[in-house]
Design a protein around this ligand. Sequence first.
Ligand code: ATP
Length: 255
Amino acid sequence: MEAQKQFGNRKVTADPVIQIHHLFKKFGDHIVLSDFDLKLKKEENLVVLGKSGSGKSVLVKCIVGLIKPDRGKIQVLGEDIFRLEEDELNKLRTKLGFLFQSNALYDSMTIRENLRFPLLKHRFPMSEAEIEARIIEVLEHVGLKHTIDMMPAELSGGMAKRIALARAMVLRPEVIFYDEPTSGLDPVTSREIATLILEMKEKYHISAIIISHDMACVKITADRIVLLLEGRCYAQGTYEELKHSKDRNITQFFN
Ligand SMILES: Nc1ncnc2c1ncn2[C@@H]1O[C@H](COP(=O)(O)OP(=O)(O)OP(=O)(O)O)[C@@H](O)[C@H]1O
């Protein structure tokens, strides 16, 4: 394996919010992550690009402590996650938001109840009035305040994605993981969701790891792209930097 391709020349200005060193994970004889390194900077949208089965989900599961790697170190918001007790890990997870491919909204709850649920579950010390104000604020940010009393079944695919995003933001996480945020959406709606992801960073100063194959979404959202290949960070750079690479392992994603 050749050395990682580094495109561009930029400075790291603040402590990274996620730092991964020499991560190694295999299942049986199948090596999924091999000496994988990654840094997510504050207020950065980092896209992890990789073919199907390249280990993107395994990587995210390692970062949030759902899978224990065989070797390596992961620091999230300054915490070495494998040194944390279960309750400390759970506390750290409240600072992490997730936008799942499936949206994972509760079908039997109204939109308000869907957004209230994470605040109650994590026992956020908020009054009823503060909870209602927070719900309205995030719904306004995704442009769907009028859906507050609707049921998820009444929403279009794009609206459901926006509500799922609002639900992730209701806890004001410091880092958010977007799993294929535009999958199954038409190109126009995909572009709207990608633009919203960008707006979330600006409004909430949030850092994000985005897993996506949708290059239109990648182009809009990515401050930086990391290409995961054969378990390693094969290349990294901006969309434009990687797009103009001559390396076929890189260009195949852009063509
Ligand atoms: N719990 C597990 N046990 C055994 N193998 C696993 C497990 N989880 C993932 N794998 C394997 O690890 C590899 C990487 O899987 P992963 O789901 O991370 O890929 P991915 O890049 O997210 O793919 P996709 O883009 O299709 O979602 C796959 O070969 C998968 O079969």
